[in-house]
Every structure is written in structure tokens, then in C-alpha cells.
Design a protein around this ligand. Structure first.
Ligand SMILES: *[C@@H]1O[C@H](CO)[C@@H](O)[C@H](O)[C@H]1NC(C)=O
Ligand SMILES: *[C@@H]1O[C@H](CO)[C@@H](O)[C@H](O)[C@H]1NC(C)=O
Ligand SMILES: *[C@@H]1O[C@H](CO)[C@@H](O)[C@H](O)[C@H]1NC(C)=O
Length: 450
């Protein structure tokens, strides 16, 4: 969730319907992941969409059902939805209240732990969505503001008062914390992350998510809501195997109102943000997302090469910190669909991100849909050629209807309508086709074929 300022009604003033379920000690059976994944080899699966919170059977059980497929596809990490109880106005988990209460619209705490264990058994890491920019109170303060917070733990952990809220928050004018260091989220009070006690309390909670549930990493929601260096403190205090921040700012538009060719300033802001965390977090490559979807939409594949001849998104300058994706729960789910990839070109998007440098993410809807085999073939090619976040990309052609690139000189890929599969010549006699579909093809160097 990165949209803010659009919905200004005070959702936190609703009556709380659910009775609090205390976070109780469970019979611990947490299965740790056997070995660490090299962050450069991460292939991420987003394990939910916007509809998941309304699933008829608990979402965690649905997710557990794709463990085998995920392992087959070479997924190294799965991104779970926000784990905590959330305000009824935000059943998807992005209006969290009692952070220690892990019974949510996605299922019970036990179902969550079972799903995490099931992924761990296959060596797949579990990444928790961390929503800490803002938080919904459960009680009113003496001025009638919903700025009294309950943690959901029996011992008062994460019970806070208005001192946790930024002094300049709008519209929750209850806070006595420091001024906000980032964007305002208007549907809930923004938390003062400069406060060392807040940092300690939330770090303790995140470390509890690691030890109690078994989470291995973090996806930080709305990372523009507070300074990157503060997010870096949470990463430092909790030492995740993988961390990614959602830094969603709009791509630049040209004078024609369409997205501009030159997105260097946009991706530089992502680079600066990564550095502001002390390089402790990666970030979603919104630059590549914007450029790639525009390029495939209207046969403008020249957009994929920057003025230096490199990929034009964040992967062209800081690939080891760039988490590429095609769509997520905000941009692409049917109920959100705020900035969708062209639905008839999705596989071209995957043919690009799964062969290119960066850390690719596969969206749940696409993973379980009719592209599953094609996606699996692409991830298998990535794996057996040791393509990783830092792989070299040599762009051969970037013209309207043809983009072609060699990755580590081990594979060559093309997207675009020029040449159908029947007319494709290998880039050299050493290469042969290993996968192909409508408007895409991948060749592999013959010696490395299975
Ligand atoms: C927050 O952290 C501070 C500093 O460690 C600690 O004294 C306090 O008890 C914690 N409060 C809550 C509500 O977790
Ligand atoms: C570019 O245009 C889109 C669509 O009108 C808009 O949402 C976006 O904010 C614009 N980008 C910038 C940087 O202003
Ligand atoms: C994907 O791989 C399977 C199994 O190797 C193969 O039968 C199928 O033809 C491949 N599909 C594509 C599009 O390459």
C-alpha cells in the first residue's frame, strides 16, 4: 500500500468488532530453514494478492498448497502478507493494530506457523510484510483521538500512547513525538521512528517474528513514510536474510503526457534510498516496471536501453539491490489494478525479468495461472546458467519491435514481435532455442544445455 492522501476518512475511529485474541505461547515447532540463500540468487514469489484476505478458506492454507510448485520453480523466498491483526477497514493487513496478535484475515497464528514450516521444509525462506510507518489505535485518548495503541501481548509490549505519534500528523493531531521524517499516511497515525524506545519496541517485535514464527526477511511497506536511515536501523537490529523496501514514487512523464524515455533521475532516487539505509535493504525496481510495461504496450522496446547502452531501470545501475517485478497486490490485483502491466504481455515481462540481472519477483496470480509452465522454464534456465542479480547484460538490439540481449554470454533472449519463432535464427551456431512463446525466445549456449 503506497497510496496516501487519497482516502482521508478516519478509519481508525470505527468501533473495534473483533475481540482481542492474546498472543499466547504455542507449542513451538518452528522449522528453521536449513541454509542461507545468497541474496544475489534470490527469486521471490509474492504469495498473495489483494483478494487473499477475503479467501473462503484461510489464505495460509491456500499458500501452503503451492509449496511443491514453488520449490519446483526454484523459488528461494516467499513474501507473506502483513501478519498482524488489522483494523476491519483494512482487512488486507495494511492498517495494523495489535501487532503481537497474529490472528488475521489470512488465518490463525497456527496456520501461519504451519505455512512457514512447510516452506522451510523445502528450503524456501519466508519474508514478512512489515507495516510500521503507521498504526491504528484501539482506544481514544483524552482528546477523543484514536491514539492509544494495544500490542496484543499480555505483558503490555507495544502498548503505546500519543507520544508514539508524529507531532505534525494529519489528521490525527494527537501526537507528541518528533515531526514525521517522510510522507503522511492519512488513514492512520504515523509513528515517530526517531524515538529510540519505538525503535527498540518494534525491533523486539520483528525479532519475535523471526524466533516465534520463523520469518527470515522483511518487505517494508510504504518506505517513503519515514527516512531510509531509520529503516536501516530496523534492518540492522534484526539482521534479516533478505530485506526490500517499497519506495514507490511516480515515473517521470514527457511533454506528451506519456512516460518519459529518460528515467535516470527516477532510478537515482532509488539508488539514493538504498544507500540511505546503509545498503541494508534492496528496493523494488519501480523504474523497470514503468519502462518495461510502456515498452511492451506499444512496440517501443527502444525504451529498454539507456543512454549508456545499459538497461534503463534500476538494474542498469544497481542490479544487486534491485527487486524486479511485473505486478503486485496494488498494481495488478483485480480489485486494485492501480498501475497494471498490459495483461496480454505478461509473459514478455517475465521473459525479461527472469533472464536479466536484479532479483526477480513472481506475482501469485501469474504463478498459479496459465503461465506457470512458461515461468518455470524461465526460472530453470536462470538457475542452470547461474544468472544472478549481478549478471552482465549486453544489449544487442533495442528497437521498436525487437529487444535482444546476451546475459553473461551464456544465454541470449529476445522479446518483441519481429521474427516469429519459425523464423528465428540462433545468434551464433553455438546457441540453440531452449524456450519460446508468442513474441519471446531464449537461446542457450549448447555446452550448458541439460
Ligand atoms: C519500549 O522500549 C523501551 C526501551 O527498551 C522499554 O523501556 C519499554 O518498556 C518498551 N515499551 C513497550 C510498550 O514495548
Ligand atoms: C505522470 O502521469 C501519471 C498519470 O497521469 C501521474 O499519475 C504521475 O504522477 C505523473 N508523474 C509525475 C512524476 O508527476
Ligand atoms: C517448458 O518445459 C517443458 C518441460 O521441459 C517442455 O515440455 C515445454 O515445451 C517447455 N515450454 C516452453 C514454452 O518452452
Amino acid at each position: 500500500m503506497a497510496k496516501f492522501g487519497l482516502l482521508s476518512f478516519l478509519v481508525c475511529s470505527c468501533i473495534i468488532i473483533n475481540a482481542a485474541l492474546p498472543a499466547q505461547a504455542q507449542t513451538a515447532s518452528t522449522v528453521s530453514k536449513l541454509s542461507k540463500t545468497d541474496p544475489l540468487n534470490t527469486v521471490l514469489l509474492q504469495g498473495f494478492n489483494w483478494q487473499a484476505a477475503k479467501s473462503t478458506s484461510p489464505w495460509y492454507n491456500v499458500l501452503k498448497g503451492i509449496v511443491e510448485d514453488a520449490a519446483d520453480a526454484g523459488i528461494t523466498d516467499v513474501w507473506f502478507p502483513p501478519p498482524s491483526q488489522s483494523h476491519p477497514g483494512g482487512p488486507e493487513g495494511y492498517l495494523p493494530q495489535r501487532l503481537y496478535d497474529l490472528n488475521s484475515n489470512y488465518g490463525s497464528e497456527q496456520e501461519l506457523r504451519d505455512a512457514v514450516d512447510a516452506f522451510h521444509q523445502k528450503g524456501i525462506g519466508c519474508v514478512s510484510d512489515i507495516v510500521i510507518n503507521h498504526r491504528c489505535g484501539t482506544k481514544q485518548d483524552d482528546k477523543g483521538m484514536w491514539c492509544v495503541f494495544e500490542g496484543g501481548a499480555e505483558d503490555g509490549r507495544l502498548d503505546w500512547g500519543p507520544s508514539a505519534v508524529c507531532v505534525n500528523d494529519k489528521p490525527y493531531a494527537c501526537g507528541s513525538g518528533q515531526a514525521d521524517t517522510g510522507g503522511d499516511f492519512t488513514r492512520a497515525p504515523d509513528i515517530d521512528h526517531t524515538n529510540p524506545a519505538i525503535q527498540a519496541n518494534l525491533s523486539e517485535w520483528m525479532n519475535w517474528l523471526k524466533s516465534h514464527v520463523g520469518f527470515d526477511g522483511w518487505r517494508f511497506d510504504f518506505a517513503l513514510g519515514y527516512e531510509g536511515k531509520l529503516l536501516g536501523i530496523y534492518a540492522e537490529n534484526t539482521n534479516p536474510e533478505f530485506a526490500v523496501g517499497e519506495v514507490w514514487d511516480p515515473v517521470a512523464n514527457g511533454s506528451d503526457g506519456r512516460i518519459a524515455y529518460d528515467q535516470d533521475a527516477h532510478r537515482q532516487r532509488l539508488v539514493d534510498w538504498v544507500h540511505s539505509t546503509g545498503d541494508r535493504a534492496t528496493t523494488f525496481d519501480f523504474t523497470t516496471k514503468g519502462i518495461l510495461q510502456e515498452a511492451v504496450k506499444s512496440n517501443e522496446l527502444w525504451r529498454l536501453k539507456d543512454s549508456n547502452g545499459k538497461p534503463s531501470g534500476l538494474i542498469g545501475v544497481l542490479p544487486q539491490k534491485a527487486v524486479t517485478f511485473i505486478d503486485n497486490h496494488d498494481t495488478g490485483s483485480t480489485q486494485q489494478n492501480t498501475w497494471p502491466f498490459p495483461p496480454d504481455k505478461l509473459i514478455l515481462g517475465y521473459a525479461y525479468i527472469l533472464t536479466h540481472p536484479g532479483i526477480p519477483t513472481i506475482f501469485y496470480d501469474h504463478f498459479v495461472g496459465n503461465m506457470k509452465t512458461e515461468i518455470k522454464n524461465l526460472t530453470a534456465i536462470r538457475k542452470r546458467n547461474n544468472i544472478n542479480a549481478n549478471s552482465n547484460c549486453r544489449i544487442i538490439t533495442a528497437e521498436g519491435d525487437l529487444y535482444m540481449a546476451a546475459i553473461d554470454e551464456k544465454i541470449v533472449m529476445k522479446i518483441g514481435s519481429r521474427y516469429d519463432v519459425g523464423n528465428l535464427a540462433p545468434p551464433s551456431p553455438d546457441f540453440s532455442i531452449v524456450t519460446a512463446g508468442i513474441d519471446y525466445c531464449v537461446w542457450e549456449k549448447k555446452s550448458s544445455s541439460p
